[in-house]
Design a protein around this ligand. Structure first.
Ligand code: GDP
Length: 433
């Protein structure tokens, strides 16, 4: 998916435009407490095109002066985005700060679409010509608060999207990434995997935006490790801020089939681990939980069971994710990782034939009658799988209002019991026939 970043000095309306682009989508998060997306990065849609938007205004660098902040935000946009929306304020005209941002954007060689915001009425739009002087071609008059002019702006943005997407659907390469807080051993684990026996490694040339992806071949299967930045691009000033590393992780998650959520056995589970895992779950990716640094634990069956219990208690929403215990350092149990990735990926892309699915659903209903609401009973007509990655099911019913949350969970569980789906979330929706 292409990435669009919104840049501009403070108060030009970046967040308003961001919210407009994202619409209600941002509030469509799973009904799982404590799992919400960071508001600086979200999915948006224009006509038939899906893309991701970054509100660089949400990224702050401590209490640095304004100019430093702006430079830093522009730099991130330049690094991360395929297309940049440069926003200025049509009520104030071009300011020195706008010119500063413009200078950075010139140098970037990234396509820039100029939006002139707060043009709420037609008279104001007559001043639009001044903005040609910024040097980004046609300025688009818009009004974030009234939602005007966004269509033309987005047409221009979408026109710049790279035509070919990287992860094409019928390629059976498994894309995976590693996420986890600093020092859990992400880089060490990548290196350990790359140095494993019988693994053929090759770097993919010019694949993605700035990230270095690595191709692996093992046991007749191709894999691509997506670089979760910070892994190899360390040292840059802005790696220091948390939101930025979150952003990089989200981007990697977005492109993955499988996400490895790393936990440090030595320090145990921390609050930050839960937040990070929540992202992968929200994105609907297959997940494998990896407990690294297992060499530091006096390991036996019991310690493993205890650790597992602890993880299950902290990550209830990840009950489908298998747990792998290993040491990137000593490579102990490292061989158990690839099979777990493979299984999770297989389940993530699994399709269940409609007739088999309906047998399971009808058995489930026979066992546990459908709920009633105000004397009206839920009737399930049939069920069908509508998507993979993750497997998504629609049950057609007489009235979706009657589908109680707990009954929905019950049906999901029955589907899981019947078909496995280890390592992947599944989704189930009720629709009126
Ligand atoms: P990253 O920030 O997640 O990429 O973490 P690194 O890979 O840089 O590792 C952080 C530190 O943990 C380094 O000092 C590693 O040597 C150490 N480390 C990584 N994996 C292991 C492991 O399996 N066992 C032990 N004992 N140390 C590890």
């Amino acid at each position: 998916k292409s990435v669009v970043a919104i840049v501009g000095r403070p108060n030009v309306g970046k967040s308003t435009i961001f919210n407009r682009l994202v619409g209600e989508r941002i509030s469509i998060v799973e009904d799982i407490p404590g799992v919400t997306r960071d508001r600086i990065y979200a999915q948006a849609e224009w006509l038939t095109t899906n893309f991701n938007v970054i509100d660089t205004g949400g990224i702050e660098l401590g209490d640095e002066p304004l100019l430093v902040q702006m430079r830093y935000q522009a730099e991130i946009a330049i690094d991360e985005a395929d297309v940049i929306i440069f926003l200025v304020n049509g009520r104030e005209g071009i300011t020195g700060a706008d010119e500063e941002v413009a200078k950075l954007l010139y140098k970037s060689n990234k396509p820039v679409v100029l939006g002139v915001n707060k043009m709420d009425n037609p008279e104001m739009r007559e001043t639009i010509y001044e903005y040609y002087s910024l040097g980004f071609g046609e300025p688009y008059p818009i009004s974030g608060s009234h939602g005007l002019g966004l269509g033309d702006l987005l047409d221009a943005v979408v026109d710049y999207f790279p035509k070919q997407e990287l992860n094409n659907e019928d390629d059976d390469t498994i894309y995976f990434s590693l996420i986890g807080r600093p020092n859990v051993g992400k880089s060490s684990l990548v290196n350990a995997m790359l140095n494993e026996e019988r693994v053929i490694v090759s770097e993919i040339e010019g694949t993605t935006r700035d990230a270095i992806d690595t191709k692996l071949h093992k046991d007749n299967q191709d894999y691509v490790i997506i670089d979760t930045a910070g892994m190899r691009k360390r040292g840059k000033v802005y790696e220091a801020t948390e939101k930025y590393s979150v952003l990089r992780a989200l981007k990697a998650v977005e492109r993955s089939d499988v996400v490895l959520v790393l936990i440090d056995a030595e320090t145990g589970i921390r609050e930050q681990d839960k937040k990070i895992a929540g992202y992968a779950h929200d994105a609907g990716r297959a997940i494998v939980i990896v407990v690294n640094k297992w060499d530091t634990i006096d390991a036996n069956e019991k310690s493993m069971k205890d650790f597992e219990k602890n993880i299950r208690a902290h990550f209830q929403y990840l009950d489908y994710a298998p747990i792998v215990f290993l040491s990137a350092k000593t490579k102990k149990r490292l061989h158990t990782l690839i099979p777990a990735i493979q299984l999770a990926s297989e389940n993530h892309a699994k399709r269940i034939p409609t007739n088999v699915l309906n047998d399971v659903i009808m058995d489930a209903i026979a066992m546990n009658p459908t709920p009633t609401l105000k004397g009206k009973r839920l009737k399930v007509l049939y069920c069908t799988q509508v998507a993979v990655k993750p497997p998504s099911f629609v049950v057609f019913v007489n009235d979706p209002e009657l589908m109680h949350f707990s009954y929905q969970r019950f049906l999901e569980n029955k589907i899981r019991e019947a078909f496995g789906f280890v390592g992947t979330p599944i989704k189930l929706f009720a629709r009126k026939r």
